[in-house]
Write a protein that binds this ligand. Sequence first.
Ligand SMILES: C[S@@+](CC[C@H](N)C(=O)[O-])C[C@H]1O[C@@H](n2cnc3c(N)ncnc32)[C@H](O)[C@@H]1O
Length: 247
Amino acid sequence: MQYTFRSPDWDTYRMDYKQPFAVLEPIESEIAVVGSVLAQLVEIGMLPHAHYDESHFMAFRSFVAEQFEIPWTAITPRMQRLLWAINAIIQPQNMIAAGVFCGNTFISNAGAGVGPGAVYTARNLIGVEIKPAEAQRAERNTRRIDSSGVARVVAEDAVKVVAEFPESISLLYLDADGTDSRGKGIYLDILQAGLDRMPAGSIVLAHNSVNCAEKLSHYLDYVRDSANLRASLNVIFDVEGLEVSVK
Ligand SMILES: C[S@@+](CC[C@H](N)C(=O)[O-])C[C@H]1O[C@@H](n2cnc3c(N)ncnc32)[C@H](O)[C@@H]1O
């Protein structure tokens, strides 16, 4: 089943990619928009509930704003909050994020399980970045927030890492833009490399469901077909978008 969430201001809510923590709207409005997405995910049976801890989230956000080196990012404050909240609610023991660049997207997911905002204890929170220099920076950023090593970044091809991961994967985040002709089309390769180890109820998050919809069309067709994934929601609350799918 395919669903859509669309906020009325999705195309005017815009960030400066070089100022990831600039305030774009009153915090109450950010909380309300993300709360409406979570409520829809609950209503269609993709999440068990919509509650998350605001003070833990803000502790996480402040730490990343102060300590992470982020040359640019397309993760809006709404997206950061939604990614963190979904992880805080699902509490995946094993989470893999593919194509993490400097690590901001990775920690937006992993920050629910490590660091000052942690709300649970995870086993493995793995970020994968194919460019070694970017992977090193993402790993440096990650070490500032997590001394345990539960969250870590590896310099590898995400298809390989997901295919070889030996345990179940309860949350998979997709953001790799591919270094060959596949481009964003690599999302489907990464998902299919791990789908057999994703139990029922596992979540797949795919960034750029709006601004890369065309390049992602075969991925989106796949996750929106209930023969493959149980349900899928296209979250349109900024110009990038996020496809949230449940197995
Ligand atoms: C455009 S960035 C994502 C940025 C992110 N949306 C943000 O706003 O911070 C995509 C990253 O995917 C990486 N990448 C491309 N193909 C990959 C692969 N097969 N495995 C892992 N990472 C990959 C690229 O090197 C790049 O750093």
